[in-house]
Structures are given as structure tokens and as C-alpha cells.
Write a protein that binds this ligand. Structure first.
Ligand code: G3H
Ligand code: 13P
Ligand code: ZN
Length: 328
């Protein structure tokens, strides 16, 4: 059944677990997420980005998610819109049937320019007012995603600040977070702790100075009743990086957010964990390997099955690690 983000995260807080929120663009990702959830008895958050809407088209995405609900009626599913850049974008998603939206007011309507605190409060508060009237949940964001090593947001396309960010923008301030939640009434709050979107998060395995899990603890201590969200939370699996490069790819050395660090975050109020890159890497690695190993094959379903299986294995591992398994 389709449920709201608030319903799911309240349950997650009560039972001290986290929920991975996987980005979805196509049938194979949707199947991977749902089959993994079915096999582990996990509730699901699927989210659609602006890039996904551009790729698949909003009606296809909507029906893909509704098809998942129809095929797996026993699994609770949150249909979430990722990184909305204005109240109007969120309104459109509500009209399409999303049960949850993110109003990312940390960046302007271009998804690139950092905004003022007052702007963020204003657009988020307005979005909450409108969404709650429709029974839809809202995730807000305070602070800008970006690397504490370089001050840059990472990912070239998609959502990310353009130009260098200063240290104070890269780490969410606990006092400001308390004020933000009080003024906006968001259901969940995305925070900045040094992660960034895409594969190139850290140039070395991260330590506390570049991945500020300690900051999560400070924020949670200040606003214990607010559900926290970690973006840019792919772990960038070294095994898939190696396979991609062994079979014709050319990705540089890079590190993601270790699963153990996310689990530590979940102990301190993190309830939603956004993951996109890990499934992209598993899909690409499995496809490259399959086509290399089976040069005569030309039926796309064959390599798409390999891709789906690789993504499903990642989904299952995250459901198990975050304590989502068994909670459906
Ligand atoms: O917000 C970032 C997600 O990884 C979605 O990326 O806009 O390329 O679909 P995308
Ligand atoms: P990753 O690029 O780390 O998978 O993050 C995805 C994300 O935060 C989507 O909002
Ligand atoms: Zn994000």
C-alpha cells in the first residue's frame, strides 16, 4: 500500500531503524528494489528526481511506482519526490499522486545557487502548509551538500551547488536546525555533514574530519523528535568500481560513505538514507561484465537481468544493515 513518509519514519523512529530511499528511473531499478524488499520483508521508499522525470517522464514514473504497489500489496511504499526546487514543483507532484515531497530550499530554483536562510524557511513553510492539507509529507534541507575536502558540491549534472561553498554552509548548525523545524514544521530534515551526490565523494576512506557523523549526534541531541535524512549516502562499492574498470570502464579512485557510518547515524536519529549512485554502479558493472562474457548475446533482457540482480543484492544488503528488514 502507498503510505506517507511521516507514517513510515514515525514507525522507524519508534523501532530504531533507518530506511534506504532509492532513486528510481526505470523498470529494472523498481523491480530490484521491490524484490529485495519482498525477500527481506522491508518497507520501501522510492524517490524520483527531476532527472528521472526528464528521462522516463512523470506519468511513466508514477505508473511504475503504482505498478509496484499493485504487484506487492503487502509492502508499504512511500512515493517520494526527490529535491524539489520550488513549491510549484512539489505541488505538481502532489497532483500526480506522490505521498511525500522534498522541498530543497537550500538551493534556488536552478538547483545550483545557495540561498539565504530566510528564503529556505519561506519556501519550505509554504510547501508544508500546502502538502499537509493534502496528507502529503515534506522533507526539507538545511545546509548544502558538499565535500569538506574540496568545498565543492560534486556531481556535474543534477542537484548541487555551483562554485565553492564555505565551511559553515557544509555543516548544518544544530541551533539553526531547531529554529528551522520550529518555523517550517517539516516531517523530516536533510542535513549537511560532508557528503555529496555522485561517485566522487572522498579522495580517501573518510575519517571524522571529512564525514561529520559527530554533527548528526549534536543535531539529534538538539531536535530528538525530528527525523533526519542523509543525502549522498552511497557507499561507492570498491568491488563494483573494480569490475567497471576491469571491463572497459574508466572511473577514478574514489570512496563513499561506509555502511557502518550510516548505521552509526541511524543510532542518532537518521531515518531516511538516500542512495542512487550504488545502484548505478552495480548496474553498469554487471552490464559491462555480462556483455564482455557473452559477446554473442543481443537480447537486452539478458544483460538487464544481470543488472537487476546486481542492484537487488545492494538493496538487500542495505535493508539488512539499516534494520529495515522484517519491518514491513
Ligand atoms: O539528487 C541526486 C540523485 O542522485 C538524482 O540524480 O538528477 O541525475 O537523477 P539525477
Ligand atoms: P548518492 O549519489 O550518494 O547515491 O546520493 C543520492 C541522493 O542523495 C539522492 O537525493
Ligand atoms: Zn540528494
Amino acid at each position: 500500500a502507498l503510505i506517507s513518509l511521516r507514517q513510515l519514519l514515525d514507525h522507524a523512529a519508534e523501532h530504531s531503524y533507518g530506511v534506504p530511499a532509492f532513486n528510481v528511473n526505470n523498470l529494472e531499478q523498481m523491480r530490484a528494489i521491490m524484490e529485495a524488499a519482498d525477500e527481506t520483508d522491508s518497507p520501501v521508499i522510492v524517490q524520483a528526481s527531476a532527472g528521472a522525470r526528464k528521462y522516463a517522464g512523470a506519468p511513466f514514473l508514477r505508473h511504475l511506482i503504482l505498478a509496484a504497489v499493485e504487484e506487492f500489496p503487502h509492502i508499504p511504499v512511500v512515493m517520494h519526490q526527490d529535491h524539489g526546487t520550488s513549491p510549484a514543483v512539489c505541488q505538481r507532484s502532489i497532483q500526480l499522486g506522490f505521498s511525500s515531497v522534498m522541498m530543497d530550499g537550500s538551493l534556488g530554483t536552478d538547483g545550483k545557487t545557495p540561498t539565504t536562510y530566510e528564503y529556505n524557511v519561506d519556501v519550505t513553510r509554504r510547501t508544508v502548509e500546502m502538502s499537509h492539507a493534502c496528507g502529503v509529507s515534506v522533507e526539507g534541507e538545511l545546509g548544502c551538500l558538499g565535500s569538506l575536502e574540496t568545498g565543492m558540491a560534486g556531481e556535474e549534472d543534477g542537484i548541487g551547488a555551483e562554485g565553492a561553498l564555505d565551511h559553515s554552509q557544509l555543516l548544518t548548525d544544530p541551533e539553526e536546525a531547531a529554529d528551522f523545524v520550529k518555523k517550517t514544521h517539516v516531517d523530516a530534515l536533510a542535513i549537511a555533514i560532508g557528503t555529496s551526490h555522485g561517485a566522487y565523494k572522498f579522495t580517501r576512506p573518510p575519517t571524522g574530519d571529512i564525514l561529520a557523523i559527530g554533527r548528526i549526534k549534536e543535531i539529534h541531541a538538539r531536535i530528538p523528535n525530528t527525523h533526519l535524512v542523509m543525502h549522498g549516502s552511497s557507499s561507492v562499492p570498491q568491488e563494483w568500481l573494480k569490475i567497471i574498470n576491469e571491463y572497459g570502464g574508466d572511473m577514478g579512485e574514489t570512496y563513499g560513505v561506509p555502511v557502518e557510518e550510516i548505521v552509526e547515524g541511524i543510532k542518532h536519529g537518521v531515518r531516511k538514507v538516500n542512495i542512487d549512485t550504488d545502484l548505478r554502479m552495480a548496474s553498469t558493472g554487471a552490464t559491462r561484465k555480462f556483455l564482455h562474457d557473452h559477446p554473442k548475446e543481443f537480447d537486452p533482457r539478458k544483460f538487464l537481468i544481470a543488472s537487476t540482480k546486481a542492484m537487488k543484492d545492494i538493496c538487500k544488503a542495505r535493508y539488512e544493515a539499516f534494520g529495515t528488514a522484517g519491518k514491513a
